[in-house]
Each structure stands twice: as structure tokens, then as C-alpha cells.
Design a protein around this ligand. Structure first.
Ligand code: IPE
Ligand code: IPE
Ligand code: MG
Length: 250
């Protein structure tokens, strides 16, 4: 990071309001392909660079007191990409889980996959389970790697489980549905960040993101760093979250 960015980062860190941290940040890590294309590189190269970015952002989020982070790494829709790109992404995801395991554990982070597990390669599930088990008692941030994740799929899967459990219409409530999502203890998303300038949420955290503050940045994911995360959190801290009320009631 150059000195100007370092200086700005320290200023934003000083201004950070520890009483008003987003407990759960969701990040739609978008723009790997365009990042690579602008450098005359392959899309796969962009994904490799994107994967390298994750470590620093997660460590920093943990250091500044974020409790949960959801990283959208592969959507249910992404299966429709060319098969060589899908294979490369799956290889990268598996490699990431293995490579970062010990470092994440050393930082006190918890780890889990969020998504439709049964459609993923058993090897990815196996490696993820090793990490989840290893880190389950860690005190730090929980890293939720969203793979084969879709917000609608998550709700569909919850409905199936609710019916299979024999619930009656009068049992159905928002709390009940929440308790059947992929990871029931994960709280609502407070801040949803999307990189690369696209202004949509692409089926990410439909249920938990119902009242998320949205933050869109033109920065492409492989260029996203600690300073960019701080800018997003500062923006969040300057928003007024009214949840349907009026300012005077807050
Ligand atoms: C995000 O980058 C990574 C995944 C969706 C897996 P993209 O691959 O979507 O990058 P762009 O949007 O084509 O630039
Ligand atoms: C969203 O990015 C999914 C992930 C970041 C994993 P996409 O690039 O797939 O989304 P669209 O197609 O632009 O909506
Ligand atoms: Mg994209």
C-alpha cells in the first residue's frame, strides 16, 4: 500500500466507531474477470488473484472486530459458466481451503461453507469439514465461504426441511424460517458490499440481507484491500438504519 493510502487507512481506523461495527458483512467478490482482461491475462488468472485477496481482508476484518463475514465465491448460477472456468474455480476453492487452514486457525477464526452442499465435490466438503472441525471453538470472526450458494436455493431448502419436519401452517413464522437456513446461528447481514461497479445483489443472502445496508464500489475484487473495507464500514457507520421507524424514534 503506498504512503497516501496507508495514511488514509490510519485515519479511517482512528475514526472507526467500535460501538457501531457491522456484526455481519457480506461481500460479493466480483470483477476478477475484468481485472484480468484489462491486463491481457486469462479469467483464471483473475480468479487466482482474487483468491489471494481474501486472506488480508479476512484477517483485517477479524482484527477490527467484525464477528461474521460471508464471502460469495461461487453462486448456484455460476455453474452455467464454461466448464473449464467452473473446474478452475473449484480447484481454487479447494486449494484455498487447504492452504489457508493453519493461518486462519492461528488467527482464531471459525470457518464454514454456506451453500447447497450435496452438489459439491466430496473432496471440497471433506476439506471444508476438516477446517470447520479444527476451528469450531475459536473465539474470532466466523468466515462463511459461500459456495454453490443461492439466496432462493437457501429458502427452498429451508422450506423442504420445514415440511419434512412436519410443521403446520400455524407454526410458520420468520423465526422458524430463519432457524432452517443453512447456518441458523448466523445473524442478519448488516453491510453488503459488492465490488466491480455492478449494482445488484445476484441472489446473495436474500433472507438475511433483507435490511442490509448496500455498498457498491467500482473497485474490482483483486484490488480490494483493507482500506477499501474501511471505506465501506465508514459509509455504513454514517448511515441511519431506521428499520421502518422515523429518525426521531431512534
Ligand atoms: C467474480 O468475478 C468471481 C465469481 C463470480 C466466481 P467474475 O468472474 O464474475 O468477474 P467479472 O464479473 O467477469 O469481471
Ligand atoms: C456474483 O457474481 C457471484 C459471485 C461473486 C460469486 P457474478 O459475476 O456471477 O454475478 P452476475 O452474473 O454479474 O449477476
Ligand atoms: Mg462477475
Amino acid at each position: 500500500m503506498d504512503t497516501n493510502r496507508e495514511k488514509l487507512k490510519n485515519e479511517l481506523l482512528d475514526r472507526l466507531d467500535q460501538e457501531n461495527m457491522p456484526a455481519h458483512i457480506g461481500i460479493i467478490m466480483d470483477g476478477n474477470g475484468r481485472w484480468a482482461k484489462s491486463r491481457g491475462k486469462t479469467r483464471i488468472h483473475g480468479h487466482q488473484e482474487g483468491a489471494r485477496r481474501v486472506k488480508g481482508v479476512v484477517r483485517f476484518a477479524n482484527d477490527i472486530g467484525v464477528r461474521h463475514i460471508s464471502l460469495y465465491a461461487f453462486s448456484v448460477e455460476n455453474w452455467a459458466r464454461p466448464s473449464f472456468e467452473v473446474s478452475a474455480l473449484m480447484r481454487l476453492i479447494r486449494a484455498y481451503i487447504i492452504r489457508e487452514r493453519n493461518a486462519l486457525h492461528a488467527e482464531g477464526v471459525k470457518f464454514r461453507l454456506l451453500g447447497r452442499m450435496e452438489e459439491l465435490a466430496p473432496e471440497i466438503i471433506k476439506q471444508a469439514n476438516i477446517s470447520t472441525e479444527l476451528m469450531k471453538n475459536n473465539p474470532g470472526l466466523s468466515l462463511n465461504l459461500c459456495i454453490n450458494y443461492g439466496g432462493r436455493a437457501e429458502i427452498v431448502d429451508a422450506v423442504k426441511k420445514i415440511i419434512a419436519a412436519g410443521h403446520k401452517p400455524q407454526d410458520i413464522s420468520e423465526e422458524l424460517i430463519s432457524s432452517y437456513l443453512y447456518c441458523p446461528e448466523l445473524p442478519d447481514v448488516d453491510l453488503m458490499i459488492r465490488t466491480s461497479g455492478e449494482m445488484r445483489t445476484s441472489n446473495f443472502h436474500l433472507w438475511r440481507g433483507a435490511y442490509a445496508e448496500l455498498y457498491f464500489t467500482p473497485v474490482l475484487w483483486p484490488d480490494f484491500d483493507e482500506l477499501e473495507l474501511l471505506k465501506a464500514i465508514e459509509t455504513y457507520q454514517n448511515r441511519e438504519r431506521r428499520f421502518g421507524k422515523i429518525s426521531e424514534q431512534l
